[in-house]
Design a protein around this ligand. Sequence first.
Ligand code: NAD
Length: 372
Amino acid sequence: MITKKAGRPAVKAVAKPVAKAGAKALQKKPIDLKSQDKSPAKPAGKPAPAAAPAPAAAAPRGPAAPAAKPSPAPRPAPSPAPTKFKRQTNGAVKVGVVGCAGRMGQMLLKMLINAPGMVVVGGTERRGSIALGQDIGALAGADPLGISVGDDPSLLFDSSDVVVDFTNPTATVSHAQMAARTGCALVIGTTGFDSDQLNSLYRASQRAPIVLAANMSLGINLLQQVVEEISRILDTDWDIEIVEMHHRGKIDAPSGTALALGEAAARGRGQQLRRISRRSRDGQVGPRVKGEIGFAALRGGDVVGDHTVIFAADGERVEITHRAASREIFARGAVKSVLWAAGKKPGLYSMRDVLGFSVQGPQSSATPPASS
Ligand code: NAD
């Protein structure tokens, strides 16, 4: 559940006045994405802005708050409270990363920091993480950014245009509720959701744009298209099996990508995956049932992600494989999604929407996804 703002434990060393003003502004009126000015009302007319950016002067999303006070004669600037979340963005898309110390989180940070048109405003980790308090630039192996890893995602959602989430299903559902509260776009790479969790994401997507993609690589999304097409062409004399292998640290199986490939195959056959999937085989399982789509999950080493879809008939076999050599391909897709999602209407979108080869439009106009 979302902790109410008033009830949230205080976070030390955060530029609270700015964050609170932004949150208040958002609470006053219903979420209206059109009113979310992506280039916040910066004090354009302010005299002498030439000095280095003053962290407390940048406005959050929504109406500028503290800048309205009549400014008296120049006086020494009060020393600003150290900021945890950066706010001076010069019109760039403000991006937050939850789970920023994870395998994907670190890779993403590194890419986002160098990406044009966006600025990293902060990152969070779970309570108790050893990454808390570390500089997020240093965490990504880049120059320090002067922003430390926090543990308050609510504050991050108040300060960002888009938040990227590669964490775990429970955390992601809670983050989606924060997205719904603030209208902040959310890019979800997390996998392993159950149907209740998927429904929660779907509900949240009615109030905020959410990109949900079990695999953000271009290759896998192309593979999904191809698998759907092949499955449409071949009849059920062709058995479909999906094999995946991942590193030993992966906690869900089959992978979200394998399930997405299964969905694509089932769609091609005009079926629903949940009715025809065979998630595992062990013991005296009997002969294969005609028309089912089988899965096998292997785990070991540091394999980033291999997926093979096998179409097997009597006397011949078609196998299509995708191998991810580095997490960079997922991070690249996530960066693309960030730019795409900023300012979009609420809805549940897929990577195919982001990459521009969706034939169905936003998923929100249909039903919640069956798996991710
Ligand atoms: P990881 O375990 O290395 O990273 C997850 C991070 O989330 C950890 O640092 C953890 O401390 C943090 N975390 C957990 N709860 C949190 C919370 N409440 N708030 C903030 N941070 C929290 O895992 P990973 O390999 O980076 O993968 C993360 C997820 O992304 C998995 O579900 C994985 O399957 C998925 N994934 C998706 C893609 C894709 O293309 N969509 C690619 C790779 C991995």
